[in-house]
Write a protein that binds this ligand. Structure first.
Ligand code: GTP
Ligand code: MG
Length: 575
């Protein structure tokens, strides 16, 4: 759907769009101080304009291309918190048709405006001023991150209403527990959890826009580069507030596949040489990282982590609230993202179960946003996929099967790793498994409560557990770099906690399969049951020793927690 904005001629133009955050060096320290708190904020966005029409199925490649193109036509504007929406739109639409726009809050009000044509962005730039600042110096780098100033004093009515401005951060866990308790079945609880936590359309757009803004910086050196999001921003399993993983793609630049003439003359680019591809990646990221740090509007807390297995530049993008990781030459991760996306699209139960397990794991600190000996979300997702391959009949096919269905156009070999799998979804025949989400969640916990982690490895390529090829508490074969273990970082204590929690959650789910009758009414807090009990704090979190817990009923502490919640709610209902 297209939104064209036109207003009467009565209103005088009074907004100036300034290029925002040309980093005043004096203010950088202040930004850095804020970054810590900032990193923990999730950004939610708000649809003010039109809803995206529902598309049929699209490959990740197609989705990315479309979103990248949208992002190129978009600008990000820091608005005065009391911006008059009508006036704002009138001002912005002077430069061309606006296709979509929305406001969101993240330490102030922001607007994303997508024009119908890229020329409109150029036109907008023509009327955009460089701010005059007396006691700081500006880095004269112009970007599509702008700020809006009102030159009129009385400019307040018709601002975006409270509802439109509300930040849609992912709801706190306690609120989620209450929300889930009101659902009528565990299946509904699982669906409701996914709806509450998944990325919104606008959040997704903002992620692509941030990539596009970053690309404008990298393009100073590599005009043909693209920056693509990967990982949970696009694989279908992203939760509001998840980090933004970006990949600087220099492989698609022209000239790599130029046809060689059989005779005659040939011109080649003269290019600087380096010792290894890793070296090239480190050098590129070092320079781009420096530019992001010195010139990138809104980019703060830049760290160059170049000696990691996968070198990266980490920073916070303040206006969006995203914690960003920029990598280069990371094509295997792009392939993993595509694979996860494909699995998520094959059957809706995949996404629901992954969301639920990820949320459950986060609630019990099985996973963490800080790197360490914890199970990562990626490993956890692979564990869910493996479990779904082990159902009878399987819900999703093995990676080997997906490879066998691949056509010549799907062939992909990256650094000697076979990353081929089918991209045409219509070739995939699914078996008719009719298990409910409730059954699957219960079985998931039982499956991993009893899994022989000591000797067996998880392998989604074969869809079968294998003997562990090396000593590690948890072994999950990397789907594409098959000699690697994606959970190499996990220590025995963390694995034990995971197993103990699976045991406990399996028991809890059996005990709390139905809502407590007669407690609470619609709209009021009621006693947690089903999935919501699994998100309550557990005693297992305190287990420190390597000793496995026996399969035993949930602790008295959990029971008393349930009771205290019930009492609380009864009191709330009375008042
Ligand atoms: P969250 O950011 O925690 O929401 O999940 P994520 O899936 O984005 O994970 P993360 O940011 O840690 O990693 C981003 C992507 O890199 C993943 O989705 C994978 O595609 C890939 N990745 C992460 N860890 C590994 C690993 O150990 N091996 C491989 N091959 N790929 C990985
Ligand atoms: Mg990520």
């Amino acid at each position: 759907m297209r939104l064209s904005v036109s207003f009467g001629s009565a209103m005088a133009a009074s907004f100036t769009v300034c290029r925002l955050h040309m980093i005043g060096r004096g203010s950088l320290a202040k930004c850095l101080q804020k970054v810590d708190t900032f990193l923990h904020r999730n950004i939610g966005t708000n649809v003010v304009a039109v809803q995206e029409e529902k598309n049929g199925f699209k490959s990740l490649y197609a989705v990315q291309a479309e979103r990248q193109e949208q992002a190129e036509r978009s600008v990000l504007i820091s608005c005065h918190s009391r911006t008059n929406e009508k006036k704002f739109l009138k001002h912005m639409s002077k430069h061309g048709d606006i296709k979509k726009y929305f406001f969101y809050e993240s330490y102030g009000m922001y607007a994303v405006v997508e024009y119908a044509n890229q020329e409109s962005v150029a036109s907008l730039f023509e009327g955009t001023a460089i701010p005059s600042i007396s006691h700081e110096s500006l880095v004269p780098f112009k970007s599509r991150l702008l700020s809006l100033r009102s030159l009129d004093s009385a400019d307040l009515p018709n601002q975006p209403s409270g509802k439109k401005r509300q930040a849609q951060t992912s709801i706190p866990i306690n609120e989620l527990i209450q929300r889930l308790a009101k659902e009528e079945s565990i299946d509904q609880q699982i669906t409701s959890l996914t709806e509450a936590y998944q990325l919104t359309e606008e959040n997704c757009r903002l992620r692509f826009l941030v990539c596009s803004l970053l690309k404008d910086i990298a393009a100073a050196f590599f005009p043909e580069c693209t920056i693509k999001p990967f990982g949970s921003s696009v694989n279908g399993f992203g939760k509001l507030g998840c980090d933004l993983d970006m990949f600087l793609d220099l492989d698609s630049i022209s000239g790599r596949n130029a046809t060689m003439p059989k005779s005659g003359l040939l011109l080649e680019y003269q290019m600087k040489r380096a010792n290894s591809e890793r070296n090239v990646t480190q050098n590129i990221l070092s320079v781009i990282g420096e530019c992001v740090d010195q010139f990138g509007p809104g980019c703060v807390g830049v760290q160059k982590i170049l000696n990691a297995r996968c070198p990266l530049v980490r920073f916070a993008h303040q206006p969006s609230g995203f914690q960003c990781d920029l990598t280069a030459n990371n094509r295997v991760a792009m392939k993993s993202t595509e694979l996860l996306y494909l699995y998520g699209e094959l059957d809706p139960r995949v996404r629901h179960l992954v969301f639920t397990v990820r949320c459950w794991a986060r609630a019990h600190s099985i996973t963490s946003s800080i790197p360490g000996a914890w199970i990562s979300n990626f490993s956890l997702t692979v564990m869910v996929l493996f479990f779904l391959q082990r159902r009878s009949p399987p819900i999703i096919p093995t990676l080997d099967h997906l490879r066998d269905l691949a056509g010549p156009e799907d062939k992909s070999v990256i650094e000697d790793n076979d990353c081929t799998f089918v991209s045409d979804f219509t070739k995939i025949q699914l078996e008719s498994n009719t298990e409910t989400l409730e059954q699957l969640l219960c079985e998931f916990f039982e499956f991993y409560a009893a899994f022989s982690f000591r000797t067996r490895s998880i392998n989604i390529r074969k869809g079968k557990e294998q003997n562990k090829p090396e000593v590690a508490p948890l072994h999950i074969q990397n789907p594409f770099e098959t000699t690697l273990n994606v959970s190499k970082n996990v220590n025995a204590t963390q694995l034990d906690r995971f197993v103990a929690l699976c045991q406990e959650s399996s028991w809890l789910l059996q005990q709390n399969k139905t809502a407590q009758s007669g407690v609470g009414t619609k709209g009021k807090a009621i006693t947690p049951w089903g999935l919501s009990t699994l998100l309550l704090p557990s005693q297992v979190a305190a287990i420190k020793s390597r000793k496995r817990r026996k399969w035993e009923p949930a602790s008295e502490r959990i029971k008393s927690l349930l009771e205290s919640l019930k009492d609380n709610n009864n009191q709330q209902n009375k008042s």
